[in-house]
Design a binder for this molecule. Structure first.
Ligand SMILES: NC(=O)CC(=O)C(=O)O
Length: 275
């Protein structure tokens, strides 16, 4: 199975972002990818006003575009995330949808951990406009491979990925708009840690460059294998990287270093002895 991570720079212009995403997804499919991941908030990124202006219900133009593209190319498309308008609430969700090769929406995940953080000289307050999801979601490709869905800041919460792995994830999808500063110092470290501790492939698609309002994303989209090795990485700028996910190799890693089987969740759930 060949996977791809798309890296782009979203602004206040969803049509431009869609044209870039389409070019890169088509390139990935032409190079043999059957699982493609887009970044977080791939159509538009910037101020809260920009997110609100670009927000759509999931069956809006961006959702219909993603479904049609997945169907035309015959791929599993984890369409990063979009700002989902939730009519009647005045609020948004940061929502990732997996479209199958038949164009059907197979799974929907809403970001559980909102990024309310001051970093890189910027004040991020996702909760100003967005509501957090409260469900973990494992989806399956058309070939039956378990893919755990997550979004960006979720990457810092190891428990989420452990639960997805326990439910059957072999691949962890991480669409992101990781800040420039945290991409530099934390991104690869966290992606490789999630890969090693879950003995899972990680397909991580990041935004890159500056967005209106001053936020900056660090790029370095990558695909990591269950041993923690970086299989492919996008250079600076917009682009796509691809790698073959060898599920047999993953079985071997899980068999020969059976840390997942050695876990003792019953002990972790107990009280901590404090002296
Ligand atoms: N932008 C995010 O949601 C998260 C991020 O940039 C970080 O955790 O660092």
């Amino acid at each position: 199975m060949r996977a791809a991570a798309v890296q782009l720079n979203a602004t206040d212009d969803p049509d431009r972002a869609q044209a870039t995403a389409e070019r890169l997804v088509r390139e990935a499919a032409a190079r043999g990818a059957t699982l493609v991941v887009l970044p977080e908030k791939w159509p538009a990124l910037g101020t809260t006003a920009i997110l609100r202006a670009a927000a759509e219900p999931l069956d809006g133009p961006r959702g219909r575009w993603a479904a049609a593209l997945a169907q035309e190319l015959g791929i599993d498309l984890v369409a990063g995330s979009v700002s989902e308008a939730r009519p009647g609430t005045g609020r948004l969700s940061n929502t990732s949808v997996h479209y199958g090769p038949d164009g059907a929406a197979r799974a929907t995940y809403r970001k559980v951990h909102l990024f309310d953080v001051d970093v890189d000289g910027h004040r991020y307050r996702e909760s100003d406009a967005e509501d957090a999801g409260d469900e973990l979601v494992l989806t399956h490709t058309a070939d039956g491979v378990g893919v755990g869905l997550s979004i960006c800041y979720d990457l810092r919460f190891a428990e989420l990925y452990r639960r997805l792995t326990g439910a059957g994830a072999r691949v962890l999808a991480v669409p992101a708009a990781f800040t420039l500063a945290t991409t530099r110092d934390h991104w690869e470290l966290l992606l490789r840690a999630r890969a090693v501790e879950n003995q899972a492939f990680v397909v991580a698609a990041n935004q890159v460059g500056e967005h209106p309002g001053g936020a900056r994303s660090g790029g370095r989209s990558m695909i990591v294998d269950p041993w923690g090795l970086v299989l492919a990485q996008v250079p600076d700028g917009e682009g796509v990287c691809l790698a073959d996910l060898d599920l047999g190799r993953q079985d071997e890693v899980r068999r020969t270093l059976p840390a997942l089987a050695h876990g003792r969740p019953g002990v972790y759930a107990g009280e901590v002895v404090v002296r």
